[in-house]
Design a protein around this ligand. Structure first.
Ligand SMILES: [Zn+2]
Length: 390
């Protein structure tokens, strides 16, 4: 199969390190608010990707994290007078319910950042010892000039990096930093904030180090695929590479970087900060999980697209048509490998789900009078993660 690697910016033949074993990591949510359609696009895509890799008989270990300690969570908890841990648990549970409604399967490891503080501290100690980081006033910073490949993934200029790092919560003006782009590995706990004991006093980890630690802890020193939304390329993934590779001395930390495109709504990127959100739980009041999944997969994962309600209405009609087409064929027969050749060719080409759905629609049109099409249709729907009554 071919997959587009954001690192080389090319479609590449997919060859995992461990022959038939695939290690996959996808950055998870920061649970302080509801799941919006932009999140659903990321996790439905990776769910489908994993299902397909498993069909190809890869033994996939899929790790996804929850960033359960973060400035945004602490801020929201303060505003609501709620305990930060309770708040995080509540929104994580809601997220998982939304994902379940879209038939997104649980990853192999679904892990909380706060459960990895020991690994985080171990990495920071080592990175400091090797001279990639420095300590100031009980904070530890990664010194980007010491890591020569910094910027190779995002290929941004320094001024672009400055704008983006500020947008993503860093403080380029922090006077303790040697370079405005150096990033936090460990920060001292302010009064009233949660903290963990460390060699630098009571504090908490920076955002990027959490993912480096969970990759290491649950998947090892090198992973095959690392995914997430495109907006994570800089600074998050760029900084993960710097931390992980300076810790392990192994390069590349990630063989294939796979990023999903941004979702647009009312002319702008759908995001919490802009507030133009379509929430999955609201859509589920009116539409089926299958229709939402269909609409999401009808867009290629690398192409930005605009959400419009009529797309969801169309998807619901398609789901109804397919349900009717399957109605006359209740039994699940075994599908011969050669009959799946077509759908595999489509998905082998960089997970072209829009083409796969067109093909499925075609099958559905033939299924009422052709038993073989009905059998193949059922199997194709299963491959893409759709559930239909049997
Ligand atoms: Zn991450």
């Amino acid at each position: 199969m071919h997959i587009f690697n954001s690192r080389s910016r090319k479609k590449e033949v997919f060859r995992p390190l461990g022959n038939k074993k695939v290690k996959l990591y996808v950055c998870g949510i920061t649970p302080y608010d509801t799941t919006h359609l932009g999140h659903a696009f990321v996790y439905v895509f990776f769910d489908t990707f994993v299902r397909y890799l498993r069909l190809l008989r890869y033994d996939v270990t899929y790790t996804q994290n929850v960033t359960d300690i973060d400035d945004d969570i602490l801020k929201r908890a303060r505003e609501e007078g709620e305990d930060w841990k309770k708040l995080g648990d509540y929104w994580t549970k809601q997220f998982l319910l939304d994902m379940k409604a879209l038939n997104v399967a649980m990853p192999t490891h679904y892990v909380y950042a706060t459960a990895s503080t020991a690994t985080i501290i171990r990495i920071i100690v080592a990175v400091l010892k090797r001279g990639y980081a420095y300590e100031r006033n009980d904070n530890v910073y990664f010194e980007i000039k010491k890591f020569k490949d910094y910027g190779k993934l995002s290929r941004l200029t320094r001024s672009q990096m400055l704008v983006l790092s500020k947008e993503r919560g860093a403080d380029p003006k922090d006077p303790l930093k040697k370079n405005p782009l150096d990033f936090v590995l460990w920060q001292r706990a302010k009064k009233g904030e949660p903290g963990w004991e460390s060699p630098w006093g009571r504090g908490r980890p920076g955002w990027h180090i959490e993912c480096s630690a969970m990759n290491l802890q649950y998947l090892g020193r090198q992973v095959d695929i690392h995914g997430g939304g495109r907006d994570l390329i800089y600074p998050h993934h760029e900084s993960e590479i710097a931390q992980s590779e300076s810790y392990t001395g192994k390069s590349p930390f990630v063989r294939y970087w796979v990023h999903t495109a941004m979702l647009i709504y009312e002319g702008e990127k759908m995001s919490k900060s802009l507030g133009n959100l379509i929430l999955v739980k609201d859509l589920l009041k009116k539409y089926s999980g299958g229709a939402i999944r269909w609409m999401l997969l009808s867009h290629h994962y690398r192409v930005p697209w605009e959400f419009e309600y009529h797309k969801l209405d169309e998807a619901e009609r398609t789901i109804d048509e397919i349900t009717r087409a399957l109605g006359g064929h209740k039994t699940i027969n075994k599908v011969k490998k050669q009959h799946l050749k077509h759908i595999c060719n489509i998905l082998n080409d960089d997970m072209n789900t829009p083409r796969a759905l067109s093909y499925i629609k075609g099958l559905s049109g033939r299924a009422t009078h052709d038993k073989r099409s009905a059998v193949v249709l059922r199997k194709c729907l299963q491959i893409l993660g759709f559930v239909f009554p049997t």
